[in-house]
Design a protein around this ligand. Structure first.
Ligand code: PYC
Length: 320
């Protein structure tokens, strides 16, 4: 087991209901280099630290972690590596909004425009009044349209494969209404889709795993355009409308010429919270999505690791 710092300062927030735990002090030293290189080092050498921040008893499966680290680009307010209960995330939309509000909370930034360095590229954001943040995400695109899966117990499931900072399979296939009361059934169905993709080697570009499943339907609120349910890689679902998932959705809409650039798309989550999205076209294939949402800081904690604590690396941590 790698050495765990005994005192780690974290700030917890939620973005449209989805929590983000930002590690602002006491995280591992990941050395020099690009954020990609730092993320690789984090994944290889400090997995116990990741687990200890997210898993029980210090956390919960639904938390997304954000490790702040210095960026080699002085124009960036910070570098950040996002992670969850099973590993690292490429980008995280709700997490970026949470990081922005957290950086303001600790006095590191003020309202205005800023940049963040992530392992999948730089993103910019505008921090506005009332904890409202608009992020400009990484380039997003649809890789495949109308992929048909024939899944035991579900039958034919048709969907698109798109990148929005993570890989998504987006489908209108819903076994039941996308509402809070149905999240267990939705999780089970989305897991079946995920397992089918893995089993049959259906991937994003360059063989990259599709680790997010997004089901969408008509919205509940009259002024919204769509509602979604997003299954995250660790088997839990996003309480927010998922920033990278909304980006992937916008990429599909743009590819189908079903939504104009610059127009506001209102995406509802399964709990009824919402993001507003717009996009700019880069070329025939790719767009730059912008996502707006609100985050609230709800906790400041020092997490401790006692050397003799059997669960210092989390409930499912490695056995020593
Ligand atoms: O908002 O992009 C997002 C996200 C990814 C996983 C959980 N939230």
């Amino acid at each position: 087991m790698s050495q765990l710092n005994t005192n780690v300062r974290v700030i917890d927030s939620h973005t449209e209901g989805e929590p983000t735990r930002v590690i602002i002090q006491g995280g591992p030293d990941l050395g020099e280099g690009s954020m990609r290189a730092k993320a690789d080092r984090f994944e290889k050498l400090f997995d116990d630290f990741r687990k200890s921040m997210i898993l029980e008893p210090r956390g919960s499966d639904i938390l997304v972690g954000a490790l702040l680290c210095p960026s080699s680009n002085p124009d960036c307010a910070s570098g950040v590596i996002f992670f969850n209960n099973v590993g690292l995330l490429g980008m995280c939309g709700h997490g970026t909004i949470g990081v922005a509000v957290t950086l303001a909370h600790i006095g590191h930034i003020r309202e205005g425009n800023h940049r963040l360095d992530t392992p999948v590229g730089e993103v910019s954001f505008e921090l506005k009044e009332g904890n409202c943040v608009t992020i400009e995400n990484v380039p997003s695109w649809r890789a495949k349209k109308d992929v048909t899966l024939d899944i035991d117990e579900l039958g034919e499931v048709k969907g698109d494969i798109a990148w929005g900072g993570n890989w998504f399979f987006l489908t209108a296939f819903c076994p039941c209404p996308l509402i809070n009361e149905n999240t267990e059934e939705l999780q089970r169905t989305a897991m079946k889709i995920r397992r089918h993709l893995d089993k049959h080697g259906i991937t994003g570009d360059n063989g990259e795993a599709i680790d997010h499943i997004e089901m969408f339907s008509a919205p509940v609120a009259r002024d919204a355009h769509s509602r979604n349910f997003v299954l995250c890689p660790g088997g839990v679902y996003d309480r927010s409308p998922c920033g990278t998932g909304t980006s992937a959705k916008l990429a599909c809409l743009a590819a189908d010429k079903a939504w104009e650039s610059g127009h506001t798309w209102i995406q509802e989550s399964v709990i009824g919270s919402r993001f507003e999205g717009t996009y700019k076209r880069i070329d025939d294939r790719r767009i730059i999505p912008s996502i707006t949402g609100t985050a609230y800081v709800y906790g400041e904690t020092n997490l401790l690791h006692s050397p003799d604590d059997p669960f210092k690396a989390g409930r499912y941590g490695s056995d020593e």
